[in-house]
Write a protein that binds this ligand. Structure first.
Ligand code: AMP
Length: 302
């Protein structure tokens, strides 16, 4: 099954206690595509400027990643800079330069219009919706990520897009902000009334929780002794999660539980190195080996 992602392809400047990089390939769609491509072919819809060269393109090459929907225009690509605190729990955004992203109007190439698995990365909900209207067949699964900025500034547009979403994938603060309820389980019931049938709550170093109206499941974050750069962990989680679902083409309790584990596995690899460095040289065998460790980590007898 083909998986389409819309989101940012960017250059990031990142500072963590382990070091600093000035300008490295980033953006939610980059992390998502690199993670998901281990499972299923991925179609990218995004915009970049002239500074996106063959060096960046090469990172996607040789994988099942279709860049026909990556529009290149004159100007500079989206640029984001962030700094992490000593314990990595807090992130300060130092710069967000939209550049060509400010005029992004996602246009799907004809070859993308039959995509059945869709991930709407964290962008303006009106643009997320416009991607859905361009898809010809009714998608099997629509996943969506958003953030406080859109929850505060475009609540009506976000609600409208959520009506067409099956799986909402956000962090715990965003769930509370979206619903106005501090309790995540009560908040989930409100999310279900907005459209999604499934809520995936990303909880950073505490793992992730899936709440569906028939079941709940929680995965830990993989226990790593050193986290070098948490950037993109959530997008890699989403890539592993959606990529796995697209690879099996079926959504039920068992596949959703496995998708949670693959999401956590992909997120855990990303944070081991800066930017997309670790994801870009990841092997399928390493993913399977870590998924087996997750199984050991979480199994118990009663
Ligand atoms: P995450 O760590 O999962 O929040 O994702 C970080 C990635 O999101 C970075 O590579 C940034 O380039 C990208 N990013 C940061 N801010 C935004 C934004 N406002 N819109 C879209 N992408 C963003």
């Amino acid at each position: 099954m083909s998986l389409l992602v819309v989101g940012s392809v960017a250059f990031d400047a990142i500072e963590t206690p382990f070091g600093k990089v000035d300008r490295t390939l980033g953006g939610a769609a980059s992390y998502f595509a690199l993670a998901a491509s281990h499972f299923a072919p991925v179609r990218v819809v995004a915009i970049v400027g002239e500074d996106f060269t063959d060096k960046e393109r090469a990172i996607f090459r040789g994988r099942k990643i279709d860049l026909a929907g990556l529009e290149q225009v004159s100007g500079k690509s989206f640029f984001w800079a962030g700094r992490y605190s000593k314990n990595m729990n807090e992130r300060t955004t130092l710069a967000t330069e939209l550049n060509v992203f400010a005029n992004f109007r996602p246009t799907l190439p004809d070859s993308y219009c039959d995509s059945s698995f869709i991930f709407l990365g964290n962008i303006d909900p009106t643009l997320q919706r416009s991607v859905l209207t361009q898809v010809r067949c009714k998608p099997q699964v629509v996943g969506l990520d958003t953030m406080n900025y859109w929850i505060e500034r475009t609540p009506a547009e976000l609600r409208d897009t959520l009506k067409h979403t099956h799986i909402l994938m956000i962090n715990d603060d965003e769930v509370r902000q979206l619903t106005g309820d501090h309790n995540l389980f009560r908040a989930a019931k409100q999310v279900f009334k907005m459209g999604p049938r499934t809520l995936v709550i990303k909880r950073g170093e505490h793992g992730a929780l899936i709440i569906h109206n028939k079941f709940m499941f929680s995965v830990p974050a993989f226990p790593l002794e050193e986290v070098h750069d948490p950037t993109g962990a959530g997008d890699s989680f989403a890539g592993g999660f959606m990529g796995y679902l697209a690879s099996v083409g079926r959504v039920n309790e068992q596949t959703l539980r496995r998708a949670m584990v693959y999401g956590s596995v992909l997120g855990s690899f990303t944070v081991e190195r800066f930017g997309v460095e670790r994801l870009a040289r990841l092997k399928r065998s390493e993913i399977s080996a870590r998924a087996r460790l997750f199984s050991k980590l979480t199994s118990f007898k009663l």
